[in-house]
Each structure stands twice: as structure tokens, then as C-alpha cells.
Ligand binder design. Structure first.
Ligand code: GDP
Ligand code: GDP
Length: 433
């Protein structure tokens, strides 16, 4: 499971600048917490080949000092609960502030690695000024400039050393995670699935206290359920609930093969659901969308078709995903949901023999070759599926850099048409040959 790093600190010290540097060209997902705080951001990063997720806990508050104080408490609490390591950012321009001292006080009690990053050290003079941050009682600090990037290498070297190893999961049983917004019906769904205790085979403690894998044997399938329970217990107020549940989803998603993305039919495929969908896709996980509480929707002749069409529009461009309309309450299509998840799991682990792949794809490519680019013609010679845990394909050609996105999408669509990859993201690489 990927490690999580949280960036905390008062507003304007440069957290989001640093965050953006960390995630580089990757996109962040934004958790729009209404009114109270600035958006929180999640993204992926890697250093020395080690991948981790980064959260910028945000924290811009329009209100008064004490509102802000409460906010920063929450921010730190979230980081303490959810992250494997914390970057505490301060600003050399302003020096140590009361708020920094507050945060430091909270962090001194934390039993997790804390990295004090003194930001805006854009030059040597400022490096000398940073010494005052020893007074925070957090020991050594790292001087960085989020704007020009200096110093961040040392910080990241130290950071990735303390992050837990991502153990390669043995490919044994499908790992399903039930994810979605609060109230979508996740707990009800899991309860309906597990029903009676006797279906539980064993409990395997997850790598963190928050994630428990439980092995089930139901409907003739064996699978591990990556549990996202325990959210309600922790969250005290509504926006925290939302945040915790997204956080928990982040973890669960990284830890699974297939996401069962549950949504409330009366609320639809909204921005937050889209975020979770996006996250699952970017992590190359299989996805099954379950539109729950279908019992609450007034049905007309084309309800399912229209509803499904709308969801697929939200999913663009990755639309080759099963969508089921279920009612956990009435136990409708719960079995079908698991059956579909197992199919998606099979699609995700599918390996197409190279010869078969070329027999199918080369004639298609011959008929519709990549368009000439800057007057150059691209010749694709052969292709192969890479030996990765999820489908990735390499197409070998003379000028890989001239193959543009639309053509890759064309290849992906042809792969999907000819080999069933429903529910599974596909990656296509163009390689030089
Ligand atoms: P946040 O509120 O902590 O997320 O802070 P931001 O990332 O929004 O940055 C606040 C301001 O500090 C912006 O104007 C940034 O351009 C500036 N800033 C961020 N990092 C640096 C840095 O390394 N050096 C300097 N000089 N300014 C910086
Ligand atoms: P979670 O926050 O995603 O775990 O959601 P819960 O499982 O706690 O469900 C939230 C609420 O939705 C509860 O009151 C459930 O009884 C209700 N609920 C769950 N599934 C269904 C369903 O299929 N139909 C209806 N009408 N209500 C449901």
C-alpha cells in the first residue's frame, strides 16, 4: 500500500507551491470543503523510485484567529491520523510565529516522523536566518525553496527513507474495496455481503490499523474485502466526515485490485464521486460502478438507460466500465455486483499472448496507420503486453514520439473491442524499435 505524506502549516508558508512541485505534471484531486477551509489537495509523487501520496491539508481561513486555530488543530489531527509522515512547513520570511509554535506543540507529541521544512530559503543569506526555527523544539530542519526547488532533494531523500515499504501483494485472491461518499450505503452493502459471520474465513490485519482485509467466501467466490469502515467514529463534523471518507478511499483504493464504487442514486455521479473514480483509474484499478438505492428512484421506461448515459458522460474518456443498478436495502443485484467484480478482476489479470495480439492488431494498424506528423511517417512493427499486474501494452515503432494521444486512444479502443478489458484502465506505451 502506498504511503501517505501530509503537508501542514499555517497559510502562506508555501504548502501548495511545494505540493505542486511534488506532484509535478500529475493532476491533483481537489476536495472542495465548502466555506470553511481552502480546498485540500491529493496527489501522487515519487522520489528515488518510491511512490507516495501527498496531501496538502490547505488551511486558508477567512474567519477570525480562533476559527483558524481550530482549523489548524483539525489539519494536524488529520495528518496525525492518516499520514505516515508529516512535513511541517514554516516560512523564513516571517520567522517563527505563534501559530507555528502551536503546531509544533501538537507535533512534538506525535509518534510519527515529522520533517520541519523551512521554506522560502531562496538564497544563502536566508539559510542563515533559518536557524531560529530550532526554537520549535523539533530538532533539525530542512531549508527549501519551493519556488526554485533547492533543498527539496535532501528533504525527500530523508522522507522516503522513513516511509513504509510498499510490499508487493501476492496475486492470490481478488481484493475488493467498497468506496464512495458517506451515506452511499457502503456499510449496508458490506453487511449485506458478509451477512453471517460464518462467511468470514480469516481476518488479516492490514499494514495500517485502519485497513483490515477480511477474506470471504460467498456466492461461490473467494475474495478479500478491503474495509473502509471506521470513518464515522472518527469524524466529528460534517466536512471532516467527507474528508476522512475520501482519505480512507485513497488508502483503500491503493490497497485493492477492484473498486466497487458505490453511489447514491438520488445524488448521482457528482464531483466527489468523480474524484474517487478518477483516483481508481489513475491507480490502474479495476472499477465497477454500483448505483445504489435504486429503490428510491421513480422508474420510467428509460430510467436505467438515461441514468447510465449520464454517468458515462461523466466518466469520459474511460467509459468501458460496468454500471449496475442495485438496492442494498432490497438485496437487489448484490450477487451480480460481486460476480461482475470477479469478471473485472479476471480482465485485469488477463494476459494476451504476443502472437495473438499481433495477429489482431497489426492488420488494424495497417489499415489505419498513425497519421503522419511533421511530414514523418510512423511505422508500428509489433506490440506486446507487458508483464505488469494490470494491462499495459508496448507498441514498437520507428518514431514513438510522433504518435499522439488520439491514436493511442484508437489503439486502446481496438484492444477493448477485440479483447475484453471491461472495467480496467489500459496503458499504452510507444517504444522505439
Ligand atoms: P500555502 O498557503 O501554505 O499553500 O502557500 P502558497 O503555496 O499558496 O504560497 C504562498 C506565497 O508564498 C505565494 O505567493 C508563493 O508564491 C510564495 N512562495 C511559496 N514558496 C516560496 C519560496 O520558496 N520562495 C519564495 N520567495 N516565495 C514562495
Ligand atoms: P455508508 O456511509 O456509505 O456506509 O452508508 P450506510 O450503509 O451507513 O447507509 C446510509 C443510509 O442509506 C442508511 O440509512 C441505509 O439504511 C441507507 N441505505 C443503504 N442502502 C440503501 C438502499 O439500497 N436503499 C435505500 N432506500 N436506502 C439505503
Amino acid at each position: 500500500m502506498g504511503a501517505i505524506v501530509a503537508i501542514v502549516g499555517r497559510p502562506n508558508v508555501g504548502k501548495s507551491t511545494f505540493f505542486n512541485r511534488l506532484i509535478q505534471r500529475r493532476e491533483a484531486i481537489v476536495d472542495e470543503v465548502s466555506g470553511v477551509t481552502r480546498d485540500r489537495h491529493y496527489g501522487k509523487s515519487d522520489w528515488n523510485g518510491k511512490e507516495f501520496s501527498v496531501i496538502d491539508t490547505g488551511g486558508y481561513v477567512v474567519g477570525s484567529e480562533d476559527v483558524f486555530e481550530k482549523e489548524i488543530d483539525k489539519q494536524v489531527e488529520l495528518a496525525i491520523d492518516e499520514a505516515d509522515a508529516i512535513i511541517f512547513m514554516v516560512d523564513v520570511e516571517s520567522g517563527v510565529t505563534g501559530m507555528d509554535e502551536e503546531v509544533a506543540k501538537l507535533l512534538r507529541r506525535v509518534n510519527k516522523p515529522v520533517f520541519l521544512a523551512v521554506n522560502k530559503v531562496d538564497n544563502a543569506q536566508r539559510a542563515a536566518d533559518a536557524v531560529e526555527f530550532y526554537s520549535l523544539g523539533l530538532g533539525d530542519y530542512y531549508t527549501i525553496s519551493s519556488i526554485n526547488g533547492s533543498g527539496s532533494g535532501e528533504l525527500l531523500d530523508a522522507l522516503v527513507q522513513v516511509l513504509p515499504e510498499t510490499e508487493e501483494e501476492e496475486a492470490e485472491l481478488p481484493r475488493f474495496a467498497v468506496v464512495g461518499r458517506p451515506n452511499a450505503g457502503k456499510s449496508s452493502f458490506i453487511n449485506a455481503l458478509i451477512g453471517e459471520e460464518r462467511y468470514i474465513v480469516t481476518d488479516i490485519a492490514g499494514t495500517t490499523r485502519d485497513s483490515i482485509d477480511t477474506k470471504y467466501n460467498r456466492f461461490g467466490f473467494e475474495f478479500n474485502l478491503v474495509d473502509t469502515a471506521g470513518i464515522r467514529r472518527k469524524a466529528k463534523v460534517k466536512e471532516d466526515l467527507e474528508f476522512y471518507s475520501v482519505m480512507r478511499s485513497v488508502r483503500a483504493i491503493e490497497h485493492c485490485d477492484i473498486c466497487l464504487l458505490l453511489l447514491d442514486a438520488t445524488r448521482g455521479f457528482d464531483g466527489q464521486v468523480q474524484n474517487i473514480f478518477w483516483l481508481a483509474q489513475r491507480n490502474n484499478k479495476g472499477i465497477v460502478v454500483l448505483v445504489n438505492k435504486w429503490d428510491l428512484v421513480e422508474k420510467e421506461t428509460n430510467s436505467v438507460r438515461d441514468y447510465e448515459k449520464k454517468i458515462r458522460e461523466q466518466m469520459e474518456p474511460f467509459t468501458d466500465v460496468p454500471i449496475l443498478f442495485i438496492s442494498v436495502l432490497n438485496k437487489q443485484r448484490i450477487f451480480k455486483a460481486i460476480e461482475t467484480a470477479v469478471e473485472v478482476y479476471k480482465n485485469r489479470s488477463k494476459k494476451i499472448v504476443t502472437r495473438k495480439l499481433n495477429d489482431v492488431m497489426l492488420p488494424i494498424i495497417e489499415q489505419t496507420p498513425p497519421p503522419a506528423y511533421k511530414g514523418k511517417f510512423v511505422k508500428i512493427k509489433f506490440c506486446t503486453q507487458l508483464p505488469t499486474p494490470y494491462p499495459q501494452f508496448a507498441f514498437f515503432c520507428n518514431l514513438p514520439q510522433y504518435v499522439r494521444e488520439p491514436y493511442k486512444r484508437f489503439l486502446e479502443n481496438k484492444l477493448r473491442e477485440n479483447f475484453d478489458f471491461t472495467g480496467v484502465p489500459i496503458t499504452i506505451f510507444m517504444r522505439k524499435k
